[in-house]
Write a protein that binds this ligand. Structure first.
Ligand code: KIV
Length: 307
């Protein structure tokens, strides 16, 4: 049986670990469609995550709980069609890995078949460890996710900094070690004190990715829309907007809208033309509809002048 050679050599999680071992930092960003994937790739992201944050960022949900496997697949497939060079991961959404190990395997398998190179799942503890082991046994690389785990925000008391107290901090440290021992290639740390994230990163042999976890993680992740300021906000403290995307886009769309209303768009440059011969023939044929012909002629000359 012959295998089709890949046209581009894809990054693997081993390349990512090598970057960290050599003292480099990793950059991970979410993307939910082909356009975002092209932009993330062109900006040099090491990892693209098709996150279940698609729920709040794009789909208008208040949290990630309504996000289903069908939604994740739909967005993952769009990202895959961009053929990004970045390492491509997808989130296992709420309830896609909680019911049984078989269910987790089936759902992670669907994401891998759709083009994900790894999956991310939230939380620690015995059940999650069993699932991580089964996925890794099936050849599916797994990134863990500890700290603020949005899929359980009802039980952790909302979106707030986690593991500030000694007992919770020790538990998080232990869960991170258990995830590493179960075979995770990385652990994402969300919204925890920076000193704790530094301890975890120091203790683990695998790399950490932080979001609201201070500067000492092996890499950082932010949601695409948050970096570019695409939603009106407010944003969590850990987000830094690098662009006022929302207002920039509103201004651009308003300019276009005003051009349409003032008959400045489309102009000559954005219009297709008949040859003079065909135009004259049509005009003669439509001489009965003289109003239309004269309107068309006057619109054309008006546009010529406005350009
Ligand atoms: O879905 C998501 O965007 C996440 C973030 C923590 C990056 O998991």
């Amino acid at each position: 049986m012959s295998h089709k050679a890949p046209t581009q050599s894809k990054k693997t999680w081993i390349d990512l670990q090598t970057t960290v071992d050599q003292g480099g930092k990793l950059v991970m960003v979410t993307a939910y469609d082909a356009t975002m994937a092209h932009i993330a790739d062109a900006a040099g992201a090491d990892i693209i995550l098709v996150g279940d944050s698609v729920g709040n960022a794009c789909l208008g949900f208040e949290n990630t709980l309504p996000v289903t496997m069908e939604m994740m697949r739909h967005h993952l497939e769009a990202v895959v069609r961009a053929r990004p060079n970045a390492y491509l991961m997808a989130d296992l959404p709420f309830l896609s890995y909680h019911l049984s190990v078989e269910d987790a395997l089936k759902n992670a398998g669907l994401l891998v078949r759709a083009g994900a190179q790894a999956v991310k799942l939230e939380g620690g503890g015995a059940n999650k460890i069993q699932i991580v082991r089964a996925l890794i046994d099936a050849g599916i690389p797994v990134m863990g996710h500890l700290g603020l785990t949005p899929q359980s925000f009802h039980s952790i008391g909302g979106y707030k900094v986690q593991a500030k107290e000694e007992a919770q901090a020790i538990r998080l440290l232990e869960e991170a070690e258990q995830l590493e021992n179960a075979g995770c290639f990385s652990v994402l740390l969300e919204c925890i004190p920076k000193e704790l994230a530094a301890f975890v990163t120091e203790v683990l042999n695998i790399f950490t990715i932080g979001i609201g976890a201070g500067p000492d993680c092996s890499g950082q992740v932010l949601v695409f829309h948050d970096i570019l300021g695409l939603n009106p906000g407010p944003y969590p403290k850990f987000v830094k907007n690098y662009m006022d995307g929302f207002n920039k886009m509103v201004i651009a769309l308003s300019q276009w809208s005003s051009d349409v209303k003032n008959d400045l768009f489309p102009g000559e440059q954005e219009s297709y033309k008949l040859s003079d011969v065909v135009f004259e023939k049509l005009a003669a044929r439509l001489s009965g509809a003289s109003q239309l012909v004269s309107k068309s002629k006057s619109t054309m000359s008006k546009r010529k002048h406005s350009k």
